[in-house]
Design a binder for this molecule. Structure first.
Ligand code: BTN
Length: 265
């Protein structure tokens, strides 16, 4: 698998030589975190066929069965403070959409903040994590992405069957997982080159893809559920919501889950 992935990566992409492939791993994010603490270099990429302890947002687990998905983490060491990197998750989602367009021929949208969706089905999820130095600069950031590639509907557990989809299900085509992985590595490499210098254009592209905007949504914080309209996404990735009582405020992705009122997205 590793050589098929590498063969499909742009020859000018130096990250190509920094990929490690695992048949089974606990979590690519967790293992990459340990490697980062030991000094792994910027652009190190871990890709797995299966995870036994895949993690999702908000402390959830991420089901990661073998032979049907791609589970990948990328290590970045940007020279900046965390405030300059608040848009990382949005940038990663935007890059993931481009990679899916190139490798699967469909044009997915983004459910704020970082679910990649197509026709109401979640195709991929992203988990970004950051660690700081003692002087409060960024030591490293990890982008983790899990992509459903080849599942059929019945492969998903019943409780998520209505909301989950795979690239092959929604495109109606056979999906080459190596091509998807290679396109992701190329897209994240391109994203990294403009991450700090081009935040405005990244966020503009993100907003074009963000299907949450303009929708009436539920904002779920534990047991508390509020309703409002998603107006815009701020430069730091926060969602600006107009609540039913008329007040407008920003919602931060770390603390809430968003549900469409009438549809999944
Ligand atoms: C979500 O949808 O809540 C985010 C899911 C992120 C899953 C990916 S799979 C690769 C990487 N390793 C993990 O343990 N999680 C991320």
């Amino acid at each position: 698998m590793l050589s098929s992935i590498q063969a499909k990566i742009n020859p000018d992409n130096p990250w190509k030589e920094r990929i490690q492939y695992f048949e089974t791993i606990t979590s690519t994010n967790d293992v990459l975190k340990s490697m980062a603490k030991e000094g792994a270099e910027h652009g190190t990429v871990l890709i797995a066929n299966q995870q036994t302890g895949g993690r999702g947002r908000l402390g959830r687990s991420f089901l990661s069965p073998s032979d049907v998905g791609i589970y990948m983490s990328v290590l970045l060491r940007p020279n900046c403070v965390p405030a300059e990197l608040m848009h990382l998750t949005c940038a990663a989602a935007q890059a993931a959409c481009s990679a899916i367009e190139c490798s699967a021929g469909i044009s997915p949208g983004i459910k704020w903040t970082n679910d990649i969706v197509f026709q109401e089905k979640k195709l991929a999820g992203i988990l970004t994590e950051m660690s700081l130095n003692q002087d409060q600069t960024v030591a490293y950031a990890i982008i983790g992405i899990g992509i459903n590639c080849c599942q059929s509907e019945l492969d998903f557990p019943e409780e998520i069957r209505g909301f989950a989809g795979s690239l092959s299900m929604v495109s109606g085509k056979n999906i080459d997982r190596a091509a998807v992985a290679a396109a992701m590595v190329d897209a994240f490499y391109q994203m990294d080159k403009m991450l700090l210098s081009d935040r405005d254009s990244i966020m503009e592209s993100y907003c074009h893809k963000c299907i949450t905007l303009g929708q009436y949504i539920s904002i779920v914080r534990g047991d508390d559920i509020q309703h409002g309209k998603a107006l815009s996404v701020r430069d730091d990735g926060a969602l600006i919501v107009e609540y039913d009582d008329g007040h407008v405020s920003a919602v931060n992705s770390g603390e809430v889950s968003i549900r469409g009122m009438y549809h999944y997205v």
